[in-house]
Design a protein around this ligand. Structure first.
Ligand code: 6GU
Length: 239
């Protein structure tokens, strides 16, 4: 799978791409990540500006339509593979595991990262990307959000994780839209805190039942919105 990241700060991704699961996936040619500096499409003046003040007034600066559209069009033409177009903005649709699963089945994603107060509206009107946010808070730019999306997506590409089962057990993954149950490893006792007996008893039926119960309890107390969602989804059409 190919990712094209369009950003004013390509160096922000350096450490990120060089470590852990992601660098292994790149080495094994499961993912191919290209970074593109939006500023290379700015006018050939000394400072190469890509931003300007908003018409109508207001705080901050906007990234201009011309360098952005020229950049994403050039990036698109770098490969014959059709790309899903994503613009990262706090005003977008909230990213979730379902979207990660959908993106993981694509061959190519272009991630356009905003800075400042965002892009001129005509970037969206002309290029027609999907606008995506990673949650209800404001970041300085879309770069960290792009990393979040890349990380959530590459974990779903076959061969990237050591143990594919962990994808299925993880909170929010396919077949389990509830939170994960608590887990323990050695020692059995630390500062008077012990491992629940059921986990060391060897009764696998009882363990599965306990874990399902714990998932439900945890979800009920922390994220009751997920329980409501699951009930709607699992309902038989005649019910
Ligand atoms: Cl995608 N960008 C910015 N700047 N802030 C965000 C975001 C994106 N998602 C949540 N907050």
């Amino acid at each position: 799978m190919r990712f094209d990241i369009v950003t004013l700060f390509p160096a922000l991704f350096e450490g990120y791409l060089g470590e852990g699961l992601l660098s292994k996936a790149i080495k094994n040619e499961l993912v191919d990540i290209h970074r593109h500096d939006l500023r290379e499409f700015a006018p050939q003046s000394v400072h190469r500006p890509v931003d300007d003040k908003p018409f109508g007034g207001g705080p901050g600066m906007l990234i201009q339509v011309e360098p952005t559209v020229k950049c994403v069009e050039a990036v698109e033409a770098m490969s014959a593979v059709r790309a899903r177009r994503i613009l990262l903005t706090p005003g977008g649709k909230t990213f979730d595991q379902r979207m990660a699963e959908e993106f993981a089945s694509d061959q190519r994603l272009i991630l356009l990262c905003g800075r400042y107060e965002g892009f001129d509206q005509r970037v969206t009107d002309i290029w027609q990307p999907e606008e995506i946010s990673i949650g209800d808070f404001v970041l300085n730019g879309g770069e960290v959000a792009a990393m979040v999306i890349i990380e959530a997506v590459i974990r779903l590409i076959p061969g990237v994780l050591g143990d594919q089962q962990s994808n299925i057990d993880d909170s929010f993954s396919q077949g389990n839209r509830l939170l994960e149950f608590p887990q323990y490893t050695r020692p059995r006792e630390f500062r008077g805190h012990t491992v629940p007996d059921v986990l060391t008893g060897g009764d696998h039926g009882a363990i599965a039942k306990w874990r399902a119960e714990q998932s439900r309890l945890r979800t009920q107390s922390r994220r009751s919105d997920l329980l409501a969602e699951n009930e709607i989804e699992n309902k038989h059409p005649n019910e």
